[in-house]
Design a protein around this ligand. Structure first.
Ligand SMILES: Nc1ncnc2c1ncn2[C@@H]1O[C@H](COP(=O)(O)OP(=O)(O)OP(=O)(O)O)[C@@H](O)[C@H]1O
Ligand SMILES: [Mg+2]
Length: 454
């Protein structure tokens, strides 16, 4: 289904231009004033509203605000004459998606901004869809991922979850191996049976052994009473062994025997007990390399790596960053009882264009910190990346005399101007140097009136 876009403008030329530009890929509705816009908005669900700031019977900013009050996820773009930019900037801070200055002299940049807005709408809808699905299947962890890399992983997980095969999850720290293991459990036929999880790297060998095998009364000093181990407790369910590469050679061979025989004996007992669990393992070091280095048993490796799922690092799925950030934003709002958000365009842009070195856990911490420290309202780039070093480094004396937001704007303008100078006026080169995608850069330079005609 093509996205639905509502264009509100009293200027006939703007309406015609936008209609022509957008009608190829979207269903466009046109309104000439506030009253008509209200009627159309009430009757349909729009992916995007393009709103003129000065309407004969309404103020565009207020009308967008009104729409947002009725539909908090409404993505809007304010179209404004150059003279009104100050109001527009204030509105953007309030969480309106973006603003465009009229007249539109660069259609490519215009399309880029609209494309971004539609992406934001898609991300919002994805999260909402997920939430709806979550409320219907309790206990299902919300695994966010719309990138091709994550789609592949989720497809693999869906395929193997229902089978009883052993699954090995490989991936860097914080890529989501834990949550993937829980998802496999939740999607398996064993979902209503126990899910037990132990970190093999976190315990001394003897403790891990007694935790897994259980023990009889008096098996060792301190064994005051008999205790069932995880092999027993996970019967008919799933057992998740995290950091499997850290398991000692001795336990590796005991585990291999348990997997071969489907039986084990408690410590201090000679009586074999049957058990039927499905094993899920995780490692952040490639296990085959551990085998080659002689640190992990090859025969055990082939037992547990029946299906290997590789969790891609976040830098290989840049598209997931914004949806994940929104997901964590909701999570921490609920947890801390706050209402922070939405992400401002600058924040979205920063997340999309940054070279994210960390994984999902680091992103989660970044959002947690932002929500914890923020009283409420839109989350801006500096709430996410608060170092502030840019602002302070650039013209400290001048910055001190300005408000924070203005100082930041000052910095951006100054930075972009110098960036473009350094690149000899070539926007593509400036994009390469700064790591900011060219179209985004162009829109931003245009916003500050820096950009030269192409
Ligand atoms: N795709 C995802 N959707 C939602 N939340 C995620 C996703 N991936 C990871 N998370 C969250 O990010 C955090 C880190 O993920 P997780 O603990 O699963 O990583 P891990 O690979 O097990 O890391 P480690 O190797 O350090 O144990 C968790 O809070 C998890 O819920
Ligand atoms: Mg983990």
């Amino acid at each position: 289904m093509p996205p639905k876009i509502l264009v509100v403008d009293d200027d006939r030329h703007t309406r015609i231009l936008l209609d022509r530009l957008l009608a190829r890929a979207a269903a466009v509705s046109l309104a000439t004033d506030g009253a008509e816009a209200r009627r159309l908005f009430a009757a349909d669900d729009y992916n995007l509203v393009l709103m003129d700031q000065c309407l004969p019977d309404a103020n565009g900013i207020e009308l967008l605000r009104e729409f947002r009050a009725r539909r908090p996820r409404q993505v809007g773009i304010l179209m404004t004459g150059f003279a009104d930019v100050r109001d527009a900037v204030a509105a953007v801070r309030e969480g309106l998606f973006d603003y465009l200055t009229k007249p539109f002299d660069d259609l490519e940049a215009l399309e880029a901004v609209i494309g971004k807005a539609l992406e934001l709408d898609r991300a919002y809808r994805e999260i909402d869809g997920l939430r709806a699905r979550l409320t219907t299947c309790a206990g299902m962890p919300a695994v966010i991922g719309q990138s091709p890399a994550m789609e592949r992983v989720l497809g693999q997980i869906r395929q193997v979850a229902g089978l009883d095969t052993t699954v090995l999850l490989e991936g860097e720290s914080g890529t989501g191996k834990d949550i993937a293991a829980k998802l496999i459990h939740a999607l398996s036929a064993r979902a209503d049976k126990p899910f037990l999880e132990v970190n093999c790297g976190g315990l001394p060998e003897s403790l891990l052994e007694s935790l897994l095998f259980g023990y009889e009364k008096g098996a060792f000093t301190g064994a005051g009473q008999a205790n069932a181990g995880y092999f027993e407790k996970a019967h008919e369910g799933n057992l998740f062994l995290d950091e499997i590469a850290d398991m000692s050679p001795k336990l590796q061979s005991s585990l291999l025997r348990v997997l071969q025989d489907h039986s084990f004996t408690r410590i201090g007992s000679t009586q074999p007990r049957k058990t039927d669990f499905r094993l899920i393992c995780a490692t952040n070091r490639p296990l085959l390399a551990e085998v080659k280095a002689g640190r992990f048993r090859e025969d055990l490796y082939y037992r547990i790596a029946v299906v290997t799922v590789r969790m891609p690092p976040l830098r290989e799925r840049q598209e997931d960053i914004v949806p994940l950030a929104m997901h964590f934003l909701e999570h921490y709002n609920a947890k801390f009882g706050k209402s922070c958000g939405p992400l401002t365009p600058a924040a979205v842009l920063a997340l999309e264009s940054c070279r994210w070195e960390g994984n999902v856990r680091e992103l989660q911490h970044c959002i947690e910190r932002a929500v914890a420290l923020h009283a409420g309202g839109p989350i801006d780039r500096l709430h996410l990346f608060p170092a502030g070093e840019h602002v302070e480094q650039a013209a400290p004396a001048a910055a001190a005399a300005l408000g924070y937001q203005d100082a930041r704007a000052e910095f951006e303008r100054d930075y972009l101007r110098r960036l473009l100078d350094g690149a000899g006026g070539n926007v593509s080169e400036a994009a390469r140097v700064s790591g900011i995608p060219r179209q985004n850069l162009y829109v931003r330079m245009k916003r500050w009136g820096i950009v030269t005609e192409k």
